[in-house]
Ligand binder design. Structure first.
Ligand SMILES: Nc1ncnc2c1ncn2[C@@H]1O[C@H](COP(=O)(O)OP(=O)(O)OP(=O)(O)O)[C@@H](O)[C@H]1O
Length: 686
């Protein structure tokens, strides 16, 4: 009986003899009789070589990965060839023997087999764009499947090809902050010339130009909450200017320019907005200070009011600090910042932590005018693994300051001014007063429901009703619509369907995944690649020119690059993506995005420290309802294979649209007459 061959290891204990470990290893390798015969008679057909042959013979086989091959083909043992199955056998699991990165070429061969389809020989596997690479490692590197040594330098070089110097300086700064380069010095020296081209036009003094580049990088770093002193870059000359004693925060806030359009917003305020505006400004004018809470259901113009207030106060030469808890909410206000870095609030609050601001008087907030705002009907700030009670407890409503706040109410929906039935329906959904059945479910209007028949094509019908194939080329069309869903896996499913329908040149980026402190390779990359934790980009990111994407990290919120920013891909290189911001006040700005190391925000998600190096973006044909909060999306598709699962989700999804005619909903139920969705009560918060 033959049970497969094995290897024996022998230890040589003779001290004097010179030990050649490689030779010993080779000499003591035991070759079984069967393998010996197989070698001698040269019938060298391995499973892999027969896979190559199958690719040669069958066109269909060329689109299937080696590890997935047993699902579609069955191996005929005698003839040693692969035969197509009549029906795909999804229960068949292919497995490639594992290899440790230290095994060199064997490991890289495995990496290639896990990602490349259609190879007809070992040489074919090493061929990229007609060029045969000498080793599997080089082939894997050229395909972007393993991380090259100099990706950061390459990202800068690639960006130099088609970017202006200001964007290069921004990319350099992003690399400094997020990619932790080992050799900042070389990166600086190699790219200083390209980063200074715009300054060189008007100034020929090398030192002055270098100082200008450093100053600009220092400003960008500062807006990201970092100090240039903490990076090994040349020093900035001490200036004789008068601004040296003025805190940087004050210089920053006073240098925000008021947009002329914002300066005239106060003329268009509706009655409730005007009342709130006057009351707040009165306390600023008489320097009495005051606390306000603007309660406005979605679309009633909270943000519009803030923009009018900020423009008026800044126009008077006073300081108005605009902050929000999330990057995307901050980015829709001029000069908006996230609250934590601006007020030096620790992200994780432990006992004894203090905020970096000193108390000036006994009045709340030192007697300044402070305006809070929000909508308790919408999705509430997340308390990780929090119970309903804990989530409610974390809301402003439970703060001891709540009773000191003057309540200001906005009531008129300005997002959907021409659809009064819709605005009232929305309010009933938000307030929890819409009629429900015994299971707490509400009925959605039939006009907005996409029929979900048992034919399984409901999702395609929803996609077709939001995205017309003929208009996909128009960037304005693309950014005026989105499909919203509750869970990331639903969103990914729609995005994958959409990117396949989208026309254009394609680029696939694979992430580099690793686990800290895993010398024995217990968590091989193949396993790590299958994980997509919340908030992280996928392992395989498929992009096409002009496709919409959404940013997943707060890179530079002050300049519009925050978690939730929507962009369009304008170009791509191997190590950098050229993108354009398409919504908000920074709309039109071109940015270069590098790959950055990312970790899941929830430390307890895995029993190991997972790290993914990838572009921090996802496709955004579809996005989660939570991500859409705060955005106006003219045409909204809502995909709810299951009822919404948290407070405010249905209300947020519906209230993004400007009229009922522009909403389409697909629910999980197959009965056309009963399009319904579970309503999660809002009464908790009030
Ligand atoms: N007084 C106004 N005149 C004209 N348009 C207005 C007015 N107020 C608000 N709008 C418009 O209505 C839309 C919704 O306003 P805004 O985004 O300020 O609402 P919001 O309360 O912040 O919404 P949400 O909380 O759902 O994000 C925007 O397109 C805004 O320009």
């Amino acid at each position: 009986m033959y049970k497969g061959h094995d290897r024996a290891f022998v230890t040589d204990k003779v001290d004097e003899v010179e030990i050649d470990e490689i030779r010993q290893y080779r000499d003591t390798r035991w070759v079984t009789p069967t393998e010996a015969l197989w070698r001698i008679y040269g019938t060298k057909k391995s499973m892999l070589t027969t896979y190559f042959e199958a690719n040669n013979l069958h066109v269909k086989a060329r689109g299937i990965l080696y590890r997935d091959f047993p699902e579609y083909y069955t191996r005929q043992r005698r003839g040693k060839f692969w035969q197509e199955r009549k029906r795909a056998a999804l229960s068949q699991v292919g497995r490639i023997i594992s290899a440790h990165p230290a095994e060199g070429e064997r490991y890289y061969l495995r990496v290639l087999l896990n990602h490349v389809t259609g190879a007809t020989s070992y040489e074919g596997l090493r061929t990229i764009d007609g060029q045969v690479m000498p080793t599997f490692r080089e082939a894997a590197e050229k395909r972007g499947l393993i991380e090259a040594d100099n990706t950061l330098d390459d990202a800068m070089t690639e960006a130099e090809l088609f970017q202006v110097s200001s964007s290069l300086r921004r990319l350099f700064t992003t690399i400094l902050v997020f990619c932790m380069p080992n050799d900042v010095h070389s990166l600086w020296n190699n790219h200083l010339k390209a980063m200074s081209e715009d300054y060189n036009i008007n100034c020929k003094c090398k030192h002055t130009v270098e100082q200008m580049v450093l100053k600009n990088i220092s400003d960008i770093l500062h807006s990201m909450g970092k100090d240039i002193e903490s990076f090994p870059l040349p020093k900035i000359d001490k200036q004789n200017g008068t601004t040296n004693d003025v805190p940087k925060e004050i210089i920053e806030e006073t240098s925000i320019e008021v947009d002329p359009e914002d300066a005239s917003l106060h003329k268009n305020l509706n009655n409730e907005q005007r009342k709130a505006y006057d009351k707040i400004l009165a306390t600023v004018d008489c320097q009495r200070g005051g606390l306000f809470f603007v309660d406005g259901p979605g679309g009633t113009g909270n943000t519009f009011l803030y923009r009018a207030l900020l423009a008026t106060i800044r126009g008077q030469g006073k300081i108005a600090v605009a902050t929000a808890t999330s990057g995307v909410a901050a980015s829709i206000m001029p000069g908006g910042r996230t609250a934590h870095p601006r007020f030096k609030i620790p992200l994780r609050i432990d006992d004894g932590d203090i905020c970096g601001f000193t108390k000036q008087t006994d009045l709340p907030f030192g007697g300044k005018t402070v305006v809070f705002g929000g909508d308790f009907r919408q999705v509430l700030p997340i308390v990780r693994k929090g119970t309903r009670a804990q989530i409610v407890d974390a809301s402003l409503r439970r703060s001891e300051l709540w009773n000191c706040m003057h309540q200001l109410k906005l009531v008129r929906n300005m997002r959907a001014p021409n659809d009064p039935w819709f605005t009232e329906y929305l309010l009933r959904v938000g307030n929890g007063t819409e009629e429900t059945n015994d299971d707490g479910e509400i009925l959605l209007p039939t006009s907005i429901c996409v029929p979900n028949k048992a034919d399984d094509n409901g999702l395609d019908r929803l996609i077709d009703s939001i995205y017309q194939p003929a208009s996909l080329k128009d960037p304005k069309y693309i950014t005026s619509r989105a499909i919203l869903s509750t869970r990331n896996d639903c969103v990914d499913k729609i995005n994958l369907k959409m990117i396949d329908r989208f026309q254009g040149e394609e680029m696939v980026y694979h992430s580099f995944d690793s686990v800290e402190d895993d010398p024995h390779n217990y968590y091989p990359p193949k396993f790590l690649n299958t994980l997509t934790p919340n908030g992280l980009p996928p392992h395989m990111l498929k992009l096409k020119i002009n496709c919409p994407i959404i940013l997943l990290r707060n890179i530079d919120p002050a300049n519009g690059l925050c978690n939730g920013t929507r962009l369009l891909v304008r170009g791509f290189q191997k190590n950098a993506i050229d993108a354009e911001i398409v919504v908000g006040q920074h709309s039109g700005m071109r940015v270069f995005l590098p790959r950055i190391p990312l970790c899941p925000s929830d430390d307890d998600m895995f029993p190991f420290s997972f790290k993914r190096k990838q572009f921090s973006i996802r496709l955004s044909f579809a996005m989660t309802i939570n991500k859409s909060q705060g955005q106006t999306i003219a045409n909204v598709g809502i995909y709810l294979p299951e009822p919404v699962f948290s407070h405010g989700q249905l209300y947020v999804a519906l209230s993004r649209a400007t009229t009922t005619a522009n909403i389409k909903v697909l629910t999980g139920t197959h009965d056309e007459n009963k399009e319904k969705n579970k309503k999660i009560s809002t009464s908790d918060t009030y």
